[in-house]
Design a binder for this molecule. Structure first.
Ligand SMILES: Nc1nc2c(c(=O)[nH]1)N[C@H]1C(S)=C(S)[C@@H](COP(=O)(O)O)O[C@H]1N2
Ligand SMILES: [Mo]
Length: 434
Protein backbone atom coordinates (compact mmCIF):
# COMPACT_ATOMS: atom_id res chain seq x y z
CA UNK A 1 0.00 0.00 0.00
CA UNK A 2 1.48 3.37 -0.90
CA UNK A 3 2.16 5.66 2.00
CA UNK A 4 -0.46 8.36 2.28
CA UNK A 5 1.36 11.31 3.82
CA UNK A 6 -1.84 13.30 4.02
CA UNK A 7 -3.09 10.75 6.55
CA UNK A 8 -1.89 12.11 9.88
CA UNK A 9 -1.33 8.82 11.69
CA UNK A 10 0.42 7.10 8.76
CA UNK A 11 2.57 10.13 8.32
CA UNK A 12 3.58 10.21 11.97
CA UNK A 13 4.36 6.48 12.11
CA UNK A 14 6.48 6.73 8.98
CA UNK A 15 8.24 9.76 10.37
CA UNK A 16 8.95 7.99 13.63
CA UNK A 17 10.45 4.92 11.92
CA UNK A 18 12.74 7.12 9.89
CA UNK A 19 13.83 8.93 13.00
CA UNK A 20 14.56 5.72 14.87
CA UNK A 21 16.60 4.35 11.97
CA UNK A 22 18.71 7.49 11.89
CA UNK A 23 17.64 8.57 8.43
CA UNK A 24 16.27 11.88 9.43
CA UNK A 25 17.75 15.31 9.18
CA UNK A 26 17.61 17.02 12.52
CA UNK A 27 17.26 20.58 11.32
CA UNK A 28 19.99 22.62 12.92
CA UNK A 29 20.53 20.71 16.15
CA UNK A 30 23.40 18.27 16.49
CA UNK A 31 21.78 14.91 15.93
CA UNK A 32 23.72 13.27 18.78
CA UNK A 33 22.44 15.89 21.19
CA UNK A 34 18.92 15.23 20.06
CA UNK A 35 19.42 11.48 20.38
CA UNK A 36 20.69 12.00 23.92
CA UNK A 37 17.61 13.99 24.75
CA UNK A 38 15.42 11.48 22.99
CA UNK A 39 16.95 8.60 24.96
CA UNK A 40 16.52 10.53 28.19
CA UNK A 41 12.90 11.12 27.32
CA UNK A 42 12.21 7.48 26.61
CA UNK A 43 14.23 5.97 29.46
CA UNK A 44 13.96 8.28 32.44
CA UNK A 45 10.62 9.37 31.13
CA UNK A 46 11.46 13.00 31.42
CA UNK A 47 13.75 15.52 29.91
CA UNK A 48 14.78 17.43 32.94
CA UNK A 49 14.53 20.84 31.40
CA UNK A 50 15.66 22.27 34.66
CA UNK A 51 16.79 25.80 33.94
CA UNK A 52 14.21 28.25 35.14
CA UNK A 53 12.61 30.04 32.28
CA UNK A 54 13.52 27.72 29.46
CA UNK A 55 11.24 25.06 28.10
CA UNK A 56 7.84 23.97 29.22
CA UNK A 57 9.23 21.43 31.63
CA UNK A 58 10.67 24.23 33.71
CA UNK A 59 9.32 22.89 37.00
CA UNK A 60 11.64 19.88 36.80
CA UNK A 61 14.64 19.46 39.05
CA UNK A 62 18.13 19.10 37.60
CA UNK A 63 17.91 15.30 37.55
CA UNK A 64 14.72 15.61 35.64
CA UNK A 65 13.03 12.59 37.10
CA UNK A 66 12.11 13.41 40.65
CA UNK A 67 10.15 16.61 40.51
CA UNK A 68 6.41 16.88 40.52
CA UNK A 69 4.24 19.49 38.90
CA UNK A 70 3.75 21.14 42.25
CA UNK A 71 6.96 23.21 42.18
CA UNK A 72 7.27 26.40 40.20
CA UNK A 73 10.49 28.31 39.54
CA UNK A 74 10.64 31.95 40.52
CA UNK A 75 11.70 33.39 37.14
CA UNK A 76 9.87 36.58 36.24
CA UNK A 77 7.99 36.38 32.96
CA UNK A 78 9.41 38.57 30.21
CA UNK A 79 6.09 39.78 28.89
CA UNK A 80 5.19 43.23 27.59
CA UNK A 81 1.62 43.32 28.92
CA UNK A 82 0.96 43.61 32.66
CA UNK A 83 0.07 40.39 34.50
CA UNK A 84 -2.08 41.49 37.46
CA UNK A 85 -2.74 38.72 40.03
CA UNK A 86 -6.53 38.97 39.62
CA UNK A 87 -6.16 37.96 35.98
CA UNK A 88 -3.12 35.68 35.93
CA UNK A 89 -1.17 33.11 37.92
CA UNK A 90 2.54 33.36 37.10
CA UNK A 91 4.28 30.07 36.36
CA UNK A 92 7.95 30.61 35.54
CA UNK A 93 8.17 32.46 32.21
CA UNK A 94 4.47 31.81 31.65
CA UNK A 95 1.19 33.36 32.78
CA UNK A 96 -1.94 31.26 33.30
CA UNK A 97 -5.36 32.85 32.85
CA UNK A 98 -7.46 32.71 36.02
CA UNK A 99 -10.69 31.09 34.86
CA UNK A 100 -12.67 33.14 37.40
CA UNK A 101 -11.52 36.25 35.50
CA UNK A 102 -13.43 35.03 32.42
CA UNK A 103 -16.75 35.22 34.27
CA UNK A 104 -18.99 37.71 32.47
CA UNK A 105 -16.74 37.96 29.42
CA UNK A 106 -17.93 36.92 25.97
CA UNK A 107 -16.84 33.97 23.87
CA UNK A 108 -13.51 35.66 23.02
CA UNK A 109 -10.80 35.88 25.67
CA UNK A 110 -10.02 39.59 26.17
CA UNK A 111 -6.39 40.33 25.22
CA UNK A 112 -5.58 41.55 28.74
CA UNK A 113 -6.28 38.07 30.12
CA UNK A 114 -5.14 35.70 27.35
CA UNK A 115 -2.56 33.23 28.76
CA UNK A 116 1.11 33.58 27.74
CA UNK A 117 3.41 30.64 27.17
CA UNK A 118 6.97 31.84 26.46
CA UNK A 119 10.01 29.58 26.20
CA UNK A 120 12.19 32.67 26.80
CA UNK A 121 11.01 36.30 26.66
CA UNK A 122 8.75 38.30 24.38
CA UNK A 123 10.85 39.95 21.64
CA UNK A 124 9.93 43.46 20.47
CA UNK A 125 9.66 43.42 16.69
CA UNK A 126 8.83 46.31 14.37
CA UNK A 127 6.38 45.26 11.64
CA UNK A 128 8.21 47.48 9.15
CA UNK A 129 11.50 45.64 9.62
CA UNK A 130 9.84 42.25 9.84
CA UNK A 131 10.24 39.79 6.95
CA UNK A 132 9.04 36.24 6.46
CA UNK A 133 11.55 34.17 4.51
CA UNK A 134 10.21 31.02 2.87
CA UNK A 135 13.01 28.68 1.80
CA UNK A 136 14.01 25.03 1.43
CA UNK A 137 14.62 22.17 -0.98
CA UNK A 138 10.93 21.68 -1.77
CA UNK A 139 10.40 25.06 -3.39
CA UNK A 140 10.42 25.33 -7.17
CA UNK A 141 12.76 28.36 -6.96
CA UNK A 142 14.94 30.15 -4.45
CA UNK A 143 13.89 31.73 -1.16
CA UNK A 144 10.98 34.18 -1.26
CA UNK A 145 10.48 37.05 1.19
CA UNK A 146 7.21 38.54 2.37
CA UNK A 147 7.07 41.92 4.05
CA UNK A 148 4.30 42.79 6.51
CA UNK A 149 2.52 44.85 3.83
CA UNK A 150 2.83 42.11 1.24
CA UNK A 151 1.33 39.60 3.68
CA UNK A 152 -1.52 41.97 4.52
CA UNK A 153 -2.22 42.47 0.81
CA UNK A 154 -3.01 38.77 0.39
CA UNK A 155 -6.67 37.65 0.74
CA UNK A 156 -7.54 37.74 4.46
CA UNK A 157 -9.31 35.04 6.45
CA UNK A 158 -10.89 35.42 9.87
CA UNK A 159 -11.60 32.58 12.30
CA UNK A 160 -12.44 32.17 15.97
CA UNK A 161 -10.07 29.54 17.36
CA UNK A 162 -8.59 28.46 20.64
CA UNK A 163 -4.90 28.16 21.33
CA UNK A 164 -4.28 25.73 24.16
CA UNK A 165 -1.02 24.43 25.57
CA UNK A 166 -0.53 20.65 25.36
CA UNK A 167 0.25 20.75 29.08
CA UNK A 168 -2.98 22.49 30.08
CA UNK A 169 -4.45 20.67 33.11
CA UNK A 170 -1.09 19.02 33.87
CA UNK A 171 -1.24 19.69 37.64
CA UNK A 172 -4.27 17.36 37.96
CA UNK A 173 -2.11 14.33 37.09
CA UNK A 174 -0.49 15.05 40.46
CA UNK A 175 -3.31 16.48 42.59
CA UNK A 176 -6.05 14.17 41.33
CA UNK A 177 -4.25 11.03 40.14
CA UNK A 178 -1.23 11.10 42.50
CA UNK A 179 1.24 10.86 39.59
CA UNK A 180 4.56 12.57 38.93
CA UNK A 181 4.89 14.62 35.79
CA UNK A 182 7.40 17.20 34.60
CA UNK A 183 6.54 20.62 33.30
CA UNK A 184 4.67 23.78 34.12
CA UNK A 185 1.98 23.04 36.69
CA UNK A 186 -0.95 24.56 34.81
CA UNK A 187 -4.45 24.14 36.18
CA UNK A 188 -6.96 24.73 33.33
CA UNK A 189 -6.08 28.28 32.26
CA UNK A 190 -3.50 27.59 29.53
CA UNK A 191 -6.15 28.23 26.89
CA UNK A 192 -7.64 31.26 25.20
CA UNK A 193 -10.05 31.81 22.33
CA UNK A 194 -9.51 34.68 19.91
CA UNK A 195 -10.70 35.98 16.59
CA UNK A 196 -7.65 35.67 14.35
CA UNK A 197 -7.25 37.50 11.06
CA UNK A 198 -4.45 36.79 8.66
CA UNK A 199 -3.30 35.27 5.40
CA UNK A 200 -3.63 31.61 4.57
CA UNK A 201 -0.35 29.74 4.88
CA UNK A 202 -1.38 27.89 1.71
CA UNK A 203 -1.48 31.19 -0.24
CA UNK A 204 2.01 32.08 1.00
CA UNK A 205 3.40 28.63 0.15
CA UNK A 206 1.87 28.65 -3.33
CA UNK A 207 3.22 32.11 -4.04
CA UNK A 208 6.63 30.94 -2.84
CA UNK A 209 6.46 28.06 -5.35
CA UNK A 210 5.67 24.84 -3.53
CA UNK A 211 7.20 21.81 -5.26
CA UNK A 212 5.28 18.55 -5.67
CA UNK A 213 7.58 16.61 -3.36
CA UNK A 214 7.07 18.88 -0.34
CA UNK A 215 6.50 16.91 2.86
CA UNK A 216 7.14 19.15 5.84
CA UNK A 217 6.83 22.84 6.60
CA UNK A 218 8.89 24.20 9.50
CA UNK A 219 8.00 27.64 10.89
CA UNK A 220 10.57 29.11 13.27
CA UNK A 221 10.23 31.90 15.82
CA UNK A 222 12.40 35.00 16.10
CA UNK A 223 12.59 34.76 19.90
CA UNK A 224 15.84 33.71 21.61
CA UNK A 225 17.37 30.26 21.31
CA UNK A 226 16.29 27.82 23.99
CA UNK A 227 19.16 26.45 26.08
CA UNK A 228 18.40 23.58 28.40
CA UNK A 229 20.76 21.31 30.37
CA UNK A 230 23.67 22.76 28.43
CA UNK A 231 22.13 21.83 25.08
CA UNK A 232 21.15 24.61 22.74
CA UNK A 233 17.91 23.49 21.13
CA UNK A 234 17.95 26.47 18.80
CA UNK A 235 14.97 28.69 18.13
CA UNK A 236 11.45 27.43 18.78
CA UNK A 237 10.20 25.43 15.78
CA UNK A 238 8.02 22.40 15.11
CA UNK A 239 7.33 20.86 11.71
CA UNK A 240 3.84 20.60 10.26
CA UNK A 241 2.91 18.08 7.59
CA UNK A 242 2.32 19.90 4.33
CA UNK A 243 -1.25 18.52 4.29
CA UNK A 244 -2.13 20.46 7.46
CA UNK A 245 -0.17 23.50 6.28
CA UNK A 246 -2.26 23.65 3.10
CA UNK A 247 -5.52 22.87 4.86
CA UNK A 248 -6.39 25.55 7.41
CA UNK A 249 -3.28 27.17 8.89
CA UNK A 250 -3.28 30.96 9.23
CA UNK A 251 -0.43 33.49 9.39
CA UNK A 252 -2.21 35.82 11.80
CA UNK A 253 -1.53 39.55 12.15
CA UNK A 254 -4.69 40.48 14.09
CA UNK A 255 -6.20 39.14 17.31
CA UNK A 256 -9.69 40.25 18.40
CA UNK A 257 -9.56 43.09 15.88
CA UNK A 258 -6.25 44.54 17.16
CA UNK A 259 -2.79 44.25 15.63
CA UNK A 260 -1.30 41.04 17.06
CA UNK A 261 0.15 42.01 20.50
CA UNK A 262 3.87 41.36 21.16
CA UNK A 263 3.23 38.65 23.79
CA UNK A 264 1.10 36.64 21.40
CA UNK A 265 3.57 36.65 18.53
CA UNK A 266 3.28 40.09 16.97
CA UNK A 267 3.70 41.15 14.26
CA UNK A 268 2.87 37.71 12.78
CA UNK A 269 2.31 34.24 14.23
CA UNK A 270 1.20 30.87 12.93
CA UNK A 271 -2.24 29.68 14.07
CA UNK A 272 -2.84 25.94 13.62
CA UNK A 273 -6.53 25.21 14.25
CA UNK A 274 -7.30 22.52 16.86
CA UNK A 275 -3.68 21.44 17.32
CA UNK A 276 -1.62 21.76 20.51
CA UNK A 277 -0.33 25.28 21.22
CA UNK A 278 3.32 24.61 20.34
CA UNK A 279 2.29 24.21 16.67
CA UNK A 280 1.22 27.86 16.58
CA UNK A 281 4.69 29.42 16.34
CA UNK A 282 4.81 33.04 17.52
CA UNK A 283 7.02 35.75 15.98
CA UNK A 284 7.47 33.63 12.85
CA UNK A 285 10.54 34.73 10.89
CA UNK A 286 11.12 31.94 8.41
CA UNK A 287 9.50 28.80 7.10
CA UNK A 288 11.50 25.91 5.70
CA UNK A 289 9.75 23.76 3.10
CA UNK A 290 11.30 20.32 2.94
CA UNK A 291 11.06 17.24 0.78
CA UNK A 292 11.87 15.03 3.77
CA UNK A 293 10.39 14.78 7.26
CA UNK A 294 12.03 17.21 9.65
CA UNK A 295 12.88 16.68 13.32
CA UNK A 296 13.27 19.20 16.09
CA UNK A 297 13.21 18.73 19.86
CA UNK A 298 9.56 19.81 19.73
CA UNK A 299 8.39 16.78 17.75
CA UNK A 300 10.83 14.12 19.05
CA UNK A 301 11.40 14.22 22.80
CA UNK A 302 8.91 16.97 23.60
CA UNK A 303 5.20 16.82 22.77
CA UNK A 304 4.99 13.05 22.54
CA UNK A 305 3.64 10.64 25.16
CA UNK A 306 6.17 8.55 27.09
CA UNK A 307 5.82 6.21 30.06
CA UNK A 308 4.65 2.74 31.08
CA UNK A 309 1.07 3.41 29.92
CA UNK A 310 2.27 4.54 26.47
CA UNK A 311 3.69 2.76 23.40
CA UNK A 312 7.21 1.30 24.05
CA UNK A 313 9.12 4.02 22.17
CA UNK A 314 6.61 6.75 22.85
CA UNK A 315 3.61 7.97 20.92
CA UNK A 316 3.57 9.72 17.58
CA UNK A 317 4.07 13.50 17.79
CA UNK A 318 0.96 15.07 19.31
CA UNK A 319 -1.35 16.96 17.01
CA UNK A 320 -4.97 17.55 18.03
CA UNK A 321 -6.08 18.94 21.35
CA UNK A 322 -8.37 16.97 23.61
CA UNK A 323 -11.66 17.52 25.47
CA UNK A 324 -11.89 19.67 28.64
CA UNK A 325 -14.23 21.68 30.85
CA UNK A 326 -13.60 24.40 33.43
CA UNK A 327 -15.69 26.39 35.91
CA UNK A 328 -15.35 30.18 35.96
CA UNK A 329 -14.58 30.00 39.66
CA UNK A 330 -11.37 29.90 41.72
CA UNK A 331 -10.20 26.46 42.81
CA UNK A 332 -11.04 26.26 46.50
CA UNK A 333 -13.68 29.02 46.32
CA UNK A 334 -15.92 29.63 49.34
CA UNK A 335 -19.64 29.79 48.52
CA UNK A 336 -22.48 30.74 50.90
CA UNK A 337 -25.09 28.06 51.70
CA UNK A 338 -28.78 28.48 50.80
CA UNK A 339 -28.13 31.29 48.34
CA UNK A 340 -29.10 30.53 44.73
CA UNK A 341 -26.27 31.13 42.25
CA UNK A 342 -25.47 30.39 38.65
CA UNK A 343 -22.51 28.08 38.04
CA UNK A 344 -20.82 29.05 34.78
CA UNK A 345 -18.01 27.54 32.78
CA UNK A 346 -16.66 26.59 29.38
CA UNK A 347 -15.95 23.34 27.50
CA UNK A 348 -13.93 22.69 24.35
CA UNK A 349 -12.59 19.91 22.15
CA UNK A 350 -9.98 19.72 19.40
CA UNK A 351 -11.92 16.96 17.68
CA UNK A 352 -15.45 18.27 17.15
CA UNK A 353 -18.03 20.76 18.44
CA UNK A 354 -19.01 20.25 22.07
CA UNK A 355 -22.36 18.51 22.11
CA UNK A 356 -23.39 18.40 25.77
CA UNK A 357 -22.02 19.44 29.17
CA UNK A 358 -23.19 17.93 32.47
CA UNK A 359 -22.38 19.17 35.96
CA UNK A 360 -22.38 17.39 39.30
CA UNK A 361 -22.57 19.44 42.50
CA UNK A 362 -22.33 16.43 44.83
CA UNK A 363 -18.91 15.07 43.91
CA UNK A 364 -20.09 12.97 40.96
CA UNK A 365 -23.18 11.11 42.21
CA UNK A 366 -25.89 13.01 40.32
CA UNK A 367 -25.39 14.79 36.98
CA UNK A 368 -27.47 17.60 35.48
CA UNK A 369 -27.40 18.90 31.96
CA UNK A 370 -26.25 22.52 31.63
CA UNK A 371 -27.65 25.19 29.35
CA UNK A 372 -25.28 26.03 26.47
CA UNK A 373 -24.86 29.74 25.73
CA UNK A 374 -23.03 29.48 22.40
CA UNK A 375 -23.73 27.56 19.23
CA UNK A 376 -21.16 24.74 19.44
CA UNK A 377 -18.43 25.08 16.83
CA UNK A 378 -15.22 23.16 16.35
CA UNK A 379 -12.12 25.11 17.27
CA UNK A 380 -13.86 27.22 19.89
CA UNK A 381 -15.44 26.67 23.30
CA UNK A 382 -19.03 26.79 24.50
CA UNK A 383 -20.07 28.74 27.57
CA UNK A 384 -22.59 26.95 29.82
CA UNK A 385 -24.48 27.51 33.06
CA UNK A 386 -26.46 25.68 35.71
CA UNK A 387 -28.40 27.17 38.65
CA UNK A 388 -27.20 25.85 42.02
CA UNK A 389 -28.28 26.44 45.58
CA UNK A 390 -25.65 24.95 47.89
CA UNK A 391 -27.22 23.32 50.97
CA UNK A 392 -24.94 21.12 53.11
CA UNK A 393 -22.02 23.09 54.50
CA UNK A 394 -18.43 21.85 54.31
CA UNK A 395 -15.96 20.96 51.57
CA UNK A 396 -17.30 19.45 48.36
CA UNK A 397 -16.35 19.20 44.69
CA UNK A 398 -17.96 20.52 41.52
CA UNK A 399 -17.51 18.40 38.40
CA UNK A 400 -18.14 19.31 34.76
CA UNK A 401 -18.10 16.72 32.00
CA UNK A 402 -18.32 17.45 28.29
CA UNK A 403 -19.25 15.21 25.38
CA UNK A 404 -18.28 16.23 21.86
CA UNK A 405 -19.99 15.52 18.56
CA UNK A 406 -17.78 12.47 17.98
CA UNK A 407 -19.54 10.96 21.04
CA UNK A 408 -16.47 11.15 23.24
CA UNK A 409 -17.07 12.06 26.90
CA UNK A 410 -14.42 13.24 29.35
CA UNK A 411 -13.23 10.15 31.27
CA UNK A 412 -12.76 9.77 35.03
CA UNK A 413 -8.97 9.44 34.63
CA UNK A 414 -6.37 10.11 31.92
CA UNK A 415 -3.65 7.55 31.14
CA UNK A 416 -0.41 8.87 32.60
CA UNK A 417 2.42 10.24 30.48
CA UNK A 418 5.66 11.48 31.99
CA UNK A 419 5.43 15.02 30.63
CA UNK A 420 1.81 15.44 31.64
CA UNK A 421 0.33 16.29 28.24
CA UNK A 422 -3.31 16.14 27.09
CA UNK A 423 -5.07 15.81 30.45
CA UNK A 424 -8.74 15.28 29.64
CA UNK A 425 -10.29 13.70 32.76
CA UNK A 426 -13.16 15.32 34.66
CA UNK A 427 -11.64 17.77 37.14
CA UNK A 428 -12.83 17.74 40.75
CA UNK A 429 -13.09 21.46 41.45
CA UNK A 430 -12.86 21.95 45.22
CA UNK A 431 -15.23 24.42 46.91
CA UNK A 432 -16.25 24.98 50.52
CA UNK A 433 -19.90 25.74 51.34
CA UNK A 434 -20.19 27.98 54.41
N1 LIG B 1 8.28 31.39 18.87
C1 LIG B 1 7.57 30.82 19.83
N2 LIG B 1 6.38 30.29 19.53
C2 LIG B 1 5.62 29.72 20.48
C3 LIG B 1 6.10 29.58 21.80
C4 LIG B 1 7.37 30.16 22.12
O1 LIG B 1 7.84 30.16 23.26
N3 LIG B 1 8.08 30.75 21.09
N4 LIG B 1 5.34 28.89 22.72
C5 LIG B 1 4.40 27.91 22.15
C6 LIG B 1 3.51 27.30 23.12
S1 LIG B 1 4.16 26.00 23.99
C7 LIG B 1 2.20 27.68 23.23
S2 LIG B 1 1.15 26.85 24.26
C8 LIG B 1 1.66 28.85 22.50
C9 LIG B 1 1.14 29.90 23.46
O2 LIG B 1 0.60 31.02 22.79
P1 LIG B 1 0.28 32.36 23.60
O3 LIG B 1 1.46 32.73 24.43
O4 LIG B 1 -0.09 33.39 22.60
O5 LIG B 1 -0.90 32.06 24.51
O6 LIG B 1 2.63 29.45 21.66
C10 LIG B 1 3.55 28.55 21.06
N5 LIG B 1 4.39 29.25 20.13
MO1 LIG C 1 2.42 24.94 25.06
Amino acid sequence: MPLDLSDESQYDRARLRQWERGRARSSGVDRRDLLKLFAAGAAAGSLGLGAAGTAEASATGAAGNGATAATTPAAAPGTVKPLPPELFTIRGTNAETNFAALHGTGPLTPLDRFFVRNHTVTPRLDPHDWRLKVWGDALTGGPVEFSYDRLRALPAVERTLFIECAGNGRSFYTTQQGQQVTGTAWTLGAIGVARWRGARLSDVLRRAGLARGAVDVLPRGLDDEVVTNGVNLGRVRRPLPVSKALDDVILAYEMNGEPLPPDHGGPVRVVVPNWIGISSIKWVGDIEVSGQPLYTPWNTDLYRLFGPDQPPHGSAPLTRQTLKSAFELELGATVPAHRPRLLTGRSWSGAAPVHRVEVSTDGGVRWQRTRLHDAPRRGSWVRWSLPWTPRATGPTALLARATDATGRTQPATTAHNTQGYLFDAVVHHPVTVV
